[in-house]
Write a protein that binds this ligand. Structure first.
Ligand code: GLU
Length: 294
């Protein structure tokens, strides 16, 4: 089966070298296997910056990443997310949750609770208490998945087979914003994605997403969670680390073509352009450790 790969940036600012390298790897994985490549702008949350998406797309083009079909904008797909939640709710797989972040953080510090996971308080609320909360709570409830499992296995090209925790994660936030995990699964399915190559900071989200995909009856994807680019101190690269975007690097005298060569070298390719790198591309040759920059 020829893969369909994707890149799904959040438009919170310009892409930095870590994002560009991930985009490049995702593109090379799909295109080197003769596959399609699609793009999605994950512009649902409050960190989205006007104009950032356009600059991100232009930077992708500048390094040689192209894509098939129209770009999918998450902010235009609220009905699709709502429909998925309604379908799950009809099957009794959704419940309302009034817990605050603080309550959840305090509870998840308890022994035997995986960090950050939801302990399920609101799943057991009785009808009378729910009526009271609906009438009197300071804000509307978020909607959570009533998960039937505690863990789920995913296949990852870099990390092998991995089982990770699955909790009753949020599907719709209290203000109606679709949660990241829901939107990713609904959209990967809508775009026909079969291969998800992304930063390994999202490896722990994969079991939740794969489980949700199984509930929604959408095909399983193949994952490759690739190492991040880190700064001299070993932390994930960020804007504050200096010249790390294409625009900053160009100002500092490194043209986009040179950036592409450096990034390709960092994944074991001696090619000068992404197209040239296609024939001999092998994800297995990319280092499994984070790439240090600066
Ligand atoms: N939008 C996410 C990010 O930029 C990536 C989501 C994904 O690849 O699943 O970090």
């Amino acid at each position: 089966m020829t893969p369909v790969g994707r890149f799904a940036p959040s438009p919170s600012g310009d892409l930095h070298l870590g994002n560009l390298r991930t985009a490049m790897l995702a593109w090379l994985c799909a295109r080197s296997a003769g596959g399609r490549f699609v793009l999605r702008v994950e512009d649902l949350d409050e960190r989205s910056r006007p104009g950032a998406a356009a600059r991100q797309l232009a930077d992708l083009v500048a390094i040689g990443v192209d894509w098939d079909g129209p770009v999918l904008w998450q902010s235009r797909r609220r009905e699709a997310y709502r429909a998925a939640v309604d379908g799950l709710a009809e099957r009794g797989l959704v419940y309302e949750c009034w817990c605050s972040r603080r309550e959840i953080a305090e509870a998840s510090r308890a022994p035997n609770s995986p960090p950050g996971s939801y302990p399920g308080f609101c799943r057991e609320l009785g009808e009378a208490r729910k009526r009271e909360l609906r009438a009197n709570a300071p804000r509307p409830p978020s909607l959570r998945l009533a998960s039937a499992v505690r863990g789920f296995a995913v296949a990852d090209l870099v990390h092998g087979s991995r089982t990770g925790p699955v909790d009753d994660f949020v599907l719709l936030r209290w203000d109606g914003t679709p949660a990241y995990n829901l939107a990713v699964v609904v959209d990967d399915a809508a775009q026909g994605v079969t291969q998800v190559v992304r930063g390994d900071d999202l490896l722990s989200s994969a079991p939740r997403q794969a489980y949700l995909a199984s509930l929604l009856g959408v095909p399983e994807v193949e994952y490759a969670h690739v190492p991040l680019v880190v700064n001299a101190g070993g932390e994930r690269l960020a804007k504050r680390d200096g010249a790390v975007t294409l625009a900053d690097l160009a100002k500092a005298g490194t043209a986009p073509g040179e950036v592409v060569r450096l990034l390709l070298a960092s994944v074991g390719s001696g090619a000068a352009t992404l197209r040239e790198a296609l024939d001999s591309f092998d994800l297995g040759r990319a280092p499994a450790e984070p790439l240090a920059w600066g």
